[in-house]
Design a protein around this ligand. Structure first.
Ligand SMILES: Cc1cc2nc3c(=O)[nH]c(=O)nc-3n(C[C@H](O)[C@H](O)[C@H](O)COP(=O)(O)O)c2cc1C
Length: 356
């Protein structure tokens, strides 16, 4: 326990609670690619866990850094919810380039033991937040919710944009469905993707992953899909049948959105990626707080040569020009919740509980 002049304290329990809350952050394929170590009673460091990256789908670990940014933002909000401010020092032991990976902390976070009166309403959204991958109910986004989402990450000077233009959403959905096929046409990418996605490729439930349940399919519906899949497997091989079905699902999901949103940055240095992750987490928690469903759909942003043409077309369609990088693409709308994804047990003093 450490004590400030003002009488505030931070207990190891509180620090642990902040880390547990931060682990609720979204991450690609639910990989949770963060590794944290406590470096003092009120301090911890977060680095990328090299064992939990997606080396084929995310070859430069851009999305891995976005996930760490989301972890950091969630930690800051959780700390604020407990009446503490968090001071972040980025890359405290040195920087590394946007295409390299070094075993250095991405951030050192120090919680100020002084009690601040301001709590954060987004804190309660940490336990309810989720990426809702089911088809949405097509109700247009209310003006209030649109304003709240657009304002949610103004603190980062990272703009988010939203469109409710149905024609544009259809064009992006067509590109995204094609991007999903491109992602899955390579056996290595297909293997990496389906080894974390439950229920479509005949592998059954992937422990600690996510899948058909988060797409809103209950047991009966999922079994019917498996039957259809079995029949399709007579015509196509098993993985190709799963790829074409998944691509059709992605199109349907995007077409049901009330709006599409994206987060873009001027460059794509490591700090840009981390800040984009912080900004996305702020949007995600704001959505949860106001009852809006949200779902990242980033296959089209893959940093491998086969995806370049499609991601360039996306940038043109969305008017993201002059060298800006789209870091996150997501849809929002209204929908019933889906089962939550699990969190791994990170061991040590910070036991992260699976969420049921
Ligand atoms: C950088 C990033 C990219 C993501 N891309 C996708 C995606 O393309 N498709 C998808 O269904 N979910 C995507 N997600 C959402 C994750 O699948 C989701 O966060 C993870 O399964 C954990 O579930 P939760 O967000 O409900 O806690 C992405 C998340 C992050 C942080």
């Amino acid at each position: 326990m450490i004590r400030s002049g003002g009488g505030g304290v931070i207990t190891s329990f509180q620090l642990n609670e902040v880390l547990i809350a931060a682990s609720r952050a979204p991450s690609p394929c639910n990989r949770q690619p963060w590794r944290f170590t406590t470096t003092g009673e009120a301090q911890f460091q977060v680095a990328l866990d090299h064992e939990r990256l997606l080396p084929v789908l995310d070859p430069y670990h851009r999305e891995g850094h976005i996930a760490v940014g989301a972890f950091l933002e969630t930690a800051v909000i959780a700390a604020r919810g407990a009446g503490k401010t968090a001071d972040l020092q980025y890359f405290p032991d040195g920087w590394y380039g946007q295409k390299e990976l070094r075993d250095l902390p991405v951030a050192r976070v120090t919680l100020d033991p002084g009690q601040v009166s301001r709590s954060d309403p987004l804190c309660t959204a940490i336990s309810t937040r989720q990426s809702n991958m089911r088809a949405y109910n097509r109700r247009p986004l209310s003006d209030l919710h649109q304003t709240m989402l657009l304002d949610s990450c103004s603190a980062y000077q990272i703009p988010i944009a939203l469109t409710q233009d149905l024609g544009l959403i259809q064009e992006v959905a067509t590109l995204q469905a094609r991007a999903t096929e491109v992602m899955l046409e390579d056996p290595l990418r297909q293997e990496e993707f389906f080894s974390h996605f439950s229920g479509l490729s005949g592998r059954g439930i992937v422990p600690g992953g996510y899948g058909l349940a988060q797409c809103g399919y209950g047991t009966i519906h999922a079994s019917m899909m498996s039957l259809v899949q079995l029949m399709r497997c007579y015509l196509l091989n098993k993985e190709d049948a799963a790829a074409s079905l998944y691509s059709a699902m992605v199109f349907r999901e995007m077409m049901s959105a009330a709006a599409l949103g994206w987060v873009s940055t001027k460059g794509s240095s490591r700090i840009d990626q981390v800040l984009a992750g912080r900004a996305y987490a702020a949007v995600d928690l704001t959505a949860a707080a106001c009852g809006v469903a949200i779902h990242p759909m980033t296959h089209i942003l893959g940093d491998y040569p086969a995806m370049k043409g499609l991601s360039d077309s996306l940038a043109q369609l969305l008017g993201v020009t002059s060298g800006r990088t789209i870091q996150m693409l997501f849809r929002v709308g209204y929908a019933r919740p889906v089962p939550k994804t699990e969190r791994r047990n990170t061991g040590g003093s910070s036991q992260v509980r699976p969420v049921t």
